[in-house]
Design a protein around this ligand. Structure first.
Ligand code: UDP
Ligand code: MG
Length: 321
């Protein structure tokens, strides 16, 4: 292993997206600093390694705190997005900036719910030759039943829909510069990193850890954002929903033939008035289904619309280096 260590670049960057994280940032910075210094002492990473905070348009003192940290110790660096662009875009902004200086980049949440001791394992896997290392949550003991249930159904749903995601892996991972250069070529605007990263390929590994409780502040991922992420994940990865509609349409067509026979029989028996119920029922069923189908098709058309516009995913206002 030692021989291999010398072959690979040793500059590590941590990319930490922050949205209204003033409560956790000082503690997070201290803990990450300790971890980085420890790794530098053990000579596992280069002295040029850095901790990069991405301020995703926070409305509190997050950016001021990042500036203070940078002034005190240049190991802390910061990027400030021009406004709130969401976790996925902020993270991509950080990764694309870090890869210009780093040999490997680890992304983590600002609340350190992901155990920072996985950093050591990530780095070892990188030296063993991995281009991507996934952090996988082994247990979700501290999550509420609701969060655990929705999150796990989310992974199952995406896999069922044909997307390829690593079960219970969120955006805590190591990517080498090489993998990040490839990621840059995925030019889609509807960003779901967890679905895109596995498409890159290369040698990968998974490392498991226990997910902790957020030590301060509250979740920046309310149900609304979670559902948005799930919808984006599914519709940007797969066209199975459309196939499902086609299948449903066929099934309904078969049913309507049965209904036709049934109503003809009723007609010749002279009970036509009783057909009113089935008529009303089928009007409702078809109306509902059509609306649902149009909605899903609209979702895809909306995506085509955005892709053709090729809007920039983020705009960096300032860089602290
Ligand atoms: N985050 C972000 N922009 C947003 C929402 C969240 O950069 O619009 C960051 C947030 O600061 C944190 C990470 O995304 O570092 C994950 O958010 P959070 O911990 O609140 O999500 P949860 O762990 O509850 O799913
Ligand atoms: Mg969190």
């Amino acid at each position: 292993m030692e021989a291999k260590t010398c072959e690979r670049g040793r500059i590590l960057y941590l990319a930490i997206p922050c949205y209204n994280e003033e409560e956790v940032l000082p503690e997070t910075a201290q803990r990450l600093l300790g971890k980085m210094e420890d790794l530098m002492e053990k000579n596992r990473i280069s002295k040029e390694s850095r901790i990069l905070f991405i301020n995703d348009g926070s409305k509190d003192r997050t950016w001021e705190l990042i500036e203070e940290l940078h002034e005190k110790n240049p190991i802390f660096q910061g990027i400030r997005l021009s406004r709130n662009k969401g976790h996925q875009n902020a993270l991509l902004g950080g990764l694309m900036t870090a890869k210009e200086y780093a040999d490997m980049v680890i992304s983590m949440d600002a609340d350190l719910q992901d155990d920072i001791d996985v950093i050591d394992q990530f780095v070892e896997k990188y030296y063993e030759g991995c281009e991507i290392v996934y952090g996988v949550r082994s247990a979700r003991k501290t999550d509420t039943f609701f969060k655990r249930f929705t999150a796990e159904s989310f992974y199952r749903m995406i896999n069922f829909m044909g997307g390829e995601v690593v079960f219970n892996h969120a955006d805590c991972r190591l990517m080498s510069k090489r993998a990040l250069d490839e990621l840059e070529n995925y030019r889609e605007v509807n960003l779901f990193l967890r679905g895109i990263v596995p498409m890159i390929g290369f040698q990968t590994a998974s490392v498991t850890y226990e997910r902790q409780e957020r030590f301060a502040g509250e979740s920046k991922y309310p149900l609304k954002k979670m559902v948005g992420l799930a919808v984006d994940g599914i519709t940007s990865l797969s066209i199975k929903p459309i196939r499902f509609i086609v299948f449903l349409g066929g099934l309904l067509f078969l049913c309507s033939i049965l209904m036709l026979i049934y109503s003809l029989v009723q007609h010749y028996l002279g009970n036509t008035i009783s057909g009113w119920t089935s008529l009303i029922v089928s009007i409702w069923a078809i109306g509902g289904l059509q609306l649902f189908a149009i909605g899903i098709i609209g979702e895809y058309i909306g995506k085509i619309y955005l892709e053709t516009k090729a809007r920039p995913k983020y705009i960096i206002e300032k860089v602290l280096r």
